[in-house]
Design a protein around this ligand. Structure first.
Ligand code: PSU
Ligand code: MN
Length: 303
């Protein structure tokens, strides 16, 4: 362990005793949802993980410390401060630490810090990927590189079609990242259960997920694994509503010249604005659904 890492005593004890722990990201809190729903959801996600037999570890950077296991007050702080908390990817870590600043961790930095702490399972909503137009912009999320090198299982609801989903799957294939559909052969598209694209493999139980990841760890293969868990049917959104909103958001981003780390937050905020409260509710529900699966999988992995 390094002296920048601060693991909460509850998480430390659980890890020492070999009990299941699930990591959670904080970009979804500070940048992904409005206050106070972001804080309510973050706490509800933690409770869901506890209800399913695991210990939650919300990850963030606070005062330059890499936190694995935030307190309720820290979650409230991150949620209230919102966009003013730096969205922290791999390249931002050393700067934020040196400046004793705060950072909301993306999938990338949550994986890095989870791995430092010894946490193997991480639940989130959606991951970053290859952006549409990436053949000229080269905008590919650092999340994919992290999945290529850091041994953490990421459980998400697939990816939004703000991304180029076929190219995202190609990239993951090149980087040797297993992509597993949970109870499905199809890559889910976050708000909807269907993308029309097949995933490599399907698993139908937390035990199957744990077995695959254990084999990967025991082989010493670097990198993570991506589990794509479709949003429950009753909370999924009509594909045309979502796709129209995404097309509009993409057009607007292009007109405004949005680029770099702003692209994903801009597109996500636009889609939310255009679809109103429905997409927020769907987002909350799919995260809870991923938290349940992650807790059960961490439990199997800890056996
Ligand atoms: N996709 C979503 N919701 C999110 C994100 C992505 O549907 O909240 C966030 C995650 O924290 C993810 C990050 O790791 O955005 C990716 O940003 P970028 O594309 O700039 O790498
Ligand atoms: Mn990017």
């Amino acid at each position: 362990m390094n002296h920048y890492l601060s693991v909460s005593s509850e998480v430390q004890t659980a890890l020492r005793e070999g009990r299941p722990v699930v990591a959670l990201e904080s970009t979804i809190i500070s940048h992904g949802m409005p206050y106070p729903q972001n804080v309510q959801t973050a706490l509800q996600v933690e409770q869901t993980i506890r209800d399913n037999g695991a210990v939650p570890a919300t990850i963030a950077i606070i005062n330059g410390k890499l936190k694995a296991g935030c307190t309720k007050d820290e979650i409230e702080y991150l949620g209230k401060k919102g966009q003013a908390v730096t969205k922290a990817s791999r390249r931002d870590l050393p700067v934020l630490i040196a400046r004793k600043a705060d950072g909301a961790t993306t999938v990338t930095t949550t994986m890095i810090i989870a791995n430092m702490a010894g946490i193997r399972v991480f639940a989130t909503g959606g991951i970053g990927g290859v952006h549409r137009g990436a053949t000229t912009t080269m905008d590919i999320s650092a999340d994919l590189e992290e999945l290529a090198q850091t041994q953490v299982m990421v459980i998400c609801a697939g990816a939004k079609s703000i991304l180029d989903l076929p190219l995202t799957l190609e990239y993951l294939e090149t980087k040797g990242v297993p992509v597993i559909g949970y109870g499905t052969d199809e890559l889910p598209a976050f708000y909807t259960r269907h993308s029309g694209l097949n995933v490599d493999y399907r698993a139908d139980s937390p035990q199957q997920l744990a077995d695959i990841f254990r084999a990967k760890i025991q082989l010493g293969l670097k990198g993570g694994m991506l589990v794509t868990n479709p949003i429950p049917e009753q909370f999924s959104m009509p594909a045309d509503i979502i796709n129209n909103a995404i097309e509009k958001a993409l057009q607007e981003a292009q007109q405004l010249g949005i680029h770099g780390k702003q692209t994903t937050p801009f597109l996500l905020a636009k889609v939310k604005e255009l679809t109103g409260g429905d997409s927020l509710e769907a987002n909350i529900q799919l995260v809870l659904n991923n938290a349940r699966l992650a807790a059960k999988t961490a439990y199997e992995l800890a056996k």
